[in-house]
Design a protein around this ligand. Structure first.
Ligand code: MOS
Length: 748
């Protein structure tokens, strides 16, 4: 039997299908992890440290235990042992767990005790009654809170390596004009709508978890390690996530304590973080200070792009925001350098936050590009085009595809960029508001992880596709089903998609903007395998119109197998199966990028973002009034969802540029705005006039389905575009994010 049949893209892909889980979500019937309330379930609350550094010396466990309804109190002194070392990091995306390892306090909101009770109210009151006593030391917060160190750069994740291409010193020396500017970005917290939570239940030594996770099978492996059981003895249900943004991709935090307590107490335990508890143990984006030096020759071509980044990390683990990497891969400078330092402060450990490195790095880089263009006296878009990279800078690798030029052109046209005055403070609206226009380039890598999938053609002519993918609101459950249905040659409404469960094939990690490529690639392969098997059966069946066709000349379309050469030779899936034993036909597939493909091509999504702001000339309130983002990201499986993702990214850009900032009380090391009242994110009134264009891009190399990512790239470019528009409106350069009224007042 010929073993090759290429699955096709049918009528499902490319359609702007609405989210298939939309009705379930808006009617409240979608069950999120914390909605599960098994019989006899207990509630847990963790007691957070109110100092940022020191030791817990006393906890009034007697008072807590005496409170009606409190069942157990776990502290550093009595917590049950774990099989695995919570300080170890034995697998990807692992960070130190918060398992009450010791009495040491290393950041505010670190769990210092864990209270389990019959009700949430009793657990909350029990935790309050603990009244921890401390031996406190002065907290170290902020970029100047401690001496910088050089990251070792030897871990696969979280420890960026310095990169240098070309002769950087010569590039500086050759410059006719130079920019040397330093930018700062704030600490950002993920703040998914659904806070971290889980419901844990042990049944006969086996663990069942309802937990939102961006990586179902990876999470299962993590808990198997810590509890010393086989991964197969853990069931994880994660059908919906209320946002993840990277914080639910990694296993960390005190959730492990709920699993421990459930085992100890022989009852299900639920833990759900309060909003303020999300500011500490579940990751964040470290603050950065970035120095960017650019040199240009007489034609405004870059002789050097030199990007140094200092970032905060915790005192006990390593994740360093890889901001300076944003300068690799984008502009064609004669020499390139990205260098990293970090400073240990008394916060929780940072982690990946939507567009890790790229968001913060692009904010600085795109601001610096604008400043350099200003110095050179040329249009900022023209400056970028003069430094357009035809091959990956530094490596010389060809891009698998790169429609950035088209993004610039289409975005600029839609926005109306032409005729923009070079000088700032030249535009005003009818109300006297200062008007400014700015732009930035967007870049994000197009990674793939490893994933597996199963696709089944059922005897009734319908299909079943299965992979443990994660839909955190981005629409994976819809876009992936479109890919799977096409691969099976069936309309979407005749395909069932099972996802978000650890019994299914590993759908990989929903992160790095690679989930559609990864899980979608596996589904595509699995569907193709099922169709090939069915075609093999038909070809060998003398009663089939497809007898003898071999399976390479056959396509699956709308529930039929059809001979490509002669489409009068066709037969329904169900009829082929019925005549050949009646058993379902099961296909399997895998996706992962072969290392040789990654070695041959540089793979990125690209985009261009244009922003208009209006600024009150006296109060310096800033409004983003218009943004156009044009993006090229390979094949767009679902334009509605892709545009929604890209727009979401641009809103993150508004947030990064103007709103988000965790503020620390330097005396205590505590975050003073750890809630949605004080930690600002954009609301509808902050978001107007956003437009997303996608630019057609065929990519034959990135993966068999030609899909790049759209999840994170929207932030990149947007922050710089807004900052540059603010300069263009006001003439004030603010090199600190978020940009605040007081910064503009100071510059006026
Ligand atoms: Mo992400 S920060 O790749 O969820």
């Amino acid at each position: 039997m010929p073993d090759v049949i290429m699955p096709r893209f049918g009528s499902n892909s490319g359609q702007p299908t609405t989210r298939r889980d939309g009705i379930a979500k808006v009617t409240g019937t979608a069950t999120f992890a914390a909605d599960n309330h098994p019989d006899r379930m207990l509630h847990a609350v963790y007691a957070p440290a109110t100092i940022a550094r020191g030791r817990v010396t006393a906890l009034d466990t007697e008072a807590a235990l005496a409170h009606p309804g409190v069942v157990a109190v776990y502290t550093p002194w009595n917590r049950p042992p774990l099989a695995g070392d919570p300080d170890a990091k034995p697998f990807m995306f692992a960070f130190r767990f918060e398992a009450l390892q010791s009495d040491e306090v290393r950041y505010a909101n670190q769990p210092v005790a864990f209270v389990v009770a019959e009700s949430l109210e009793a657990a909350t009151e029990g935790a309050r009654l603990l009244k921890p006593q401390y031996e406190a030391q002065p907290a170290r917060v902020g970029l100047d809170g401690n001496a910088p160190f050089k990251p070792k750069g030897d871990a696969p994740f979280g420890l960026p390596r310095d990169v240098e291409h070309g002769d950087v010193a010569a590039g500086h020396a050759a410059a006719d004009q130079a920019l040397d500017a330093t930018y700062e970005t704030a600490e950002n917290y993920h703040n998914a709508m659904e806070s971290h939570c889980l419901v844990a239940e042990w049944k006969d030594g086996k663990l069942e978890l309802d937990i939102p996770t961006q990586a179902v099978v990876l999470t299962r492996g993590a808990y198997a390690y810590y509890f010393g059981i086989a991964p197969g003895d853990i069931t994880i249900r994660s059908p919906y996530l209320g946002g993840g943004f990277g914080s639910k991709a990694i296993a960390n935090g005190p959730q492990i304590l709920a699993i421990m307590a459930a085992r100890e107490l022989g009852r299900p335990v639920k833990l759900m973080f309060r909003r303020d508890q999300m500011f500490g143990p579940t990751g964040h984006r470290g603050a950065t200070r970035q120095r960017i030096r650019i040199g240009i020759d007489g034609d405004a071509r870059m002789t050097v792009l030199d990007h140094e980044s200092l970032a905060t990390t915790s005192s006990f683990d390593d994740f360093i925001e890889p901001a300076a990497h944003a300068s690799q891969g984008l502009y064609n400078a004669g020499a390139l350098r990205s260098a990293f330092e970090a400073v240990r402060v008394d916060t929780g450990t940072p982690g990946p936050v939507r567009a890790p490195g790229e968001a913060s790095g692009s904010a600085a880089l795109e601001s610096a590009m604008d400043e350099m263009a200003e110095k050179a006296g040329i249009d900022p878009l023209d400056f970028r085009l003069r430094n357009y990279a035809e091959t990956e800078p530094g490596t010389g690798k060809p891009y698998s595809s790169k429609a950035l030029r088209e993004c610039y052109a289409e975005g600029a046209k839609r926005f109306g960029w032409e005729g923009r005055p070079l000088e700032p403070r030249r535009m005003q609206d009818a109300d006297g508001k200062l008007v400014g226009w700015g732009m930035g380039t967007a870049l994000f890598g197009a990674p793939m992880f490893a994933a597996e999938a199963r696709a089944t053609l059922l005897p009734d002519g319908t299909g079943l596709i299965e992979t443990a993918a994660a839909d955190m609101g981005q629409g994976a459950w819809t876009a992936l089903a479109q890919i799977g249905a096409d691969a099976l040659g069936l309309p979407l409404d005749r395909v069932e998609f099972r996802s978000g469960h650890s019994d299914l094939p590993d759908g990989g990690v929903a992160g790095g903007s690679g989930h559609t490529a990864t899980a979608g690639g596996a589904l595509h392969a699995a569907g193709g395998d099922a169709v090939a098997k069915l075609a093999g059966i038909a070809s060998a069946d003398p009663d089939s119109p497809l007898f003898g066709t071999g399976n390479t000349g056959v396509v699956a379309r709308d529930g039929w197998l059809v001979a490509e050469e002669d489409d009068s030779r066709r037969e329904r899936f169900a009829d082929i199966i019925a005549r050949n034993g009646g058993a379902a036909v099961v296909g399997t597939g895998k996706a992962a990028r072969p290392p040789e493909d990654a070695a041959r091509h540089a793979m990125y999504s690209h985009g261009a973002v244009f922003a208009e702001v209006k600024v009150d000339p006296e109060l310096f309130q800033v409004r983003v009034t218009r943004m156009v983002g044009a993006f090229a990201a390979g094949r767009i499986i679902n334009p509605r969802l892709a545009e929604s993702q890209l727009m979401g990214g641009m809103i993150w850009g508004i947030s990064f540029a103007l709103h988000e900032e965790a503020l620390f009380d330097k005396r205590t090391g505590r975050i003073v705005n750890g809630d949605f009242a004080g930690y600002h994110i954009p609301v509808n009134a902050d978001v107007t006039g956003l437009e997303v264009l996608t630019v057609h891009e065929d990519d034959p190399y990135v993966n068999p389905i030609g899909v790049k990512g759209v999840g994170e790239i929207g932030i990149s470019g947007s922050v710089g575009a807004i900052a540059n528009a603010i300069w263009h409106a006001t003439g004030t350069r603010v090199r600190r994010f978020p940009i605040r009224i007081e910064d503009l007042l100071a510059g006026a």
